[in-house]
Design a protein around this ligand. Sequence first.
Ligand SMILES: [Zn+2]
Ligand SMILES: [Zn+2]
Length: 491
Amino acid sequence: MSDENNTAGASPEASGTGAHSRRDFMKVGAAGAAALGVSATGASAAETTATSASAATEPAVTNPYGPSPGGGISLPDYFKPWPAIKNNNFYMPGTETLPKNEMRISFLGSTPWPPTQLQSGTSILVELGTGEDQPRRFFFDMGNGSIRNAIAMQVPAPLINDIFLTHLHADHYADLPYMYPFRAFSGGFTPLRVYGPSGRTPELGIKHMVKHMREMNRWHEENFNACPIGDGFEIDVTEFDWKQENGIVYDQDGVKVRSWPRSHVKDGAVAYRLDWEDAGLSFVFTGDGRPDELSAKYGKGADVFVSEGTIDVPKLSAMKLGAPAELWEYTIDIFHTMYYAAGYLFKQTQPRMAAICHYEYAGEALEAESVAEVRANWDGLFMFGGPDVQVVNVSKDAIWSREANLPKGAAPAAMDPRWFLKPGEALPETISLPTPRLPREEQQEQFVRDLEIDPHKYYPPDVYRKPVQTWPGVTLNPREMLAARGIKVDD
Ligand SMILES: [Zn+2]
Ligand SMILES: [Zn+2]
């Protein structure tokens, strides 16, 4: 989407220039203060403006920021909620149906290191509204701890699929080996689809990683094969050339995902752009790397552009954490994008909303500095994609962001037999679960089972249950399951 479209949702009063007039005011304010030889601190600039205004004729009371619904100096007219949003101040998972042609971006995890109570490893969920219960889903990276947030966001485990990895640093995929066996165990009986770049040699590509990840999980896979798994352990890997420039990674049903290479010390890191034709909406995630020309070029005009980011205060980091400033400088300068540069990329690409995800939340004391570094170059709509979990709804006319209100305890989405159907398939009378491939008798010595304590010793007699220890064969009655939740499917 081009810069002109930035004001697509503007009210008639705003005459389509509200966002820009406010931005221009910022620029004029700073330049004007400089021209008058005063420091550009808020106080002096304000005094200067007031003095010159009163020196003229009777001052008219005006709003220098322009008539936007929310006011402020960086909030455009299109930053506003709309009726599909049930609560303007927080997102309550599972309570909103994403309307057709609307996009929802959830920052499931947002840090490289260290993991904290506020931030899991990086993962961004992009959902495309179909008007149905379950939107189309795309996961960009799956860092450590991000899956617990996906589950809390009421993403049904069997429906986790289409995972795009930017590169093979563990903070971007550590939850993949944890997630896939449990997904299969939870009813994800169909293969998982994972996409990612090749490396300099075959051993450095995503195919090699996935093959050996499954090897690493061999004990876990065999163990879970005592349960219904179907083809849930199978992983279809799409490995593409890390060097391709804006090459197509995914092209299905009006959605294209493209990639380009990123400078992140080692070859094999990429950025992604998702374009959704029907809705005319797009999303970019740079993954990790240095600010680069390709991201400026291929990220242009995206509705939402997400960069990684790092605060650039090496001397302060040295004081706070003890390690020498040179170490911070070296790390930032070969691996990462400092906030100044993220802001510069935003200025080059002019998204409707810019965000930084994959950053170390530095605490309240450094929030103003963090924003100031971004604002050195970018004065448009901006947010940090964290702490976890921030949710951004995107329509053609408006953008709105909220924090998700997540349950602290176990609250996964209620099991729904419709998850097991192929698209368009009618609900059958019964659904039989796949037969386990490896019963415990085939993977465990008899003496270990013989050591199990006789259940009569711990069950009170009136609640005694005879243990079910051979696969009983389980057949679901989908209509009964749905009726128990008040859902009728045949009306
Ligand atoms: Zn990282
Ligand atoms: Zn990395």
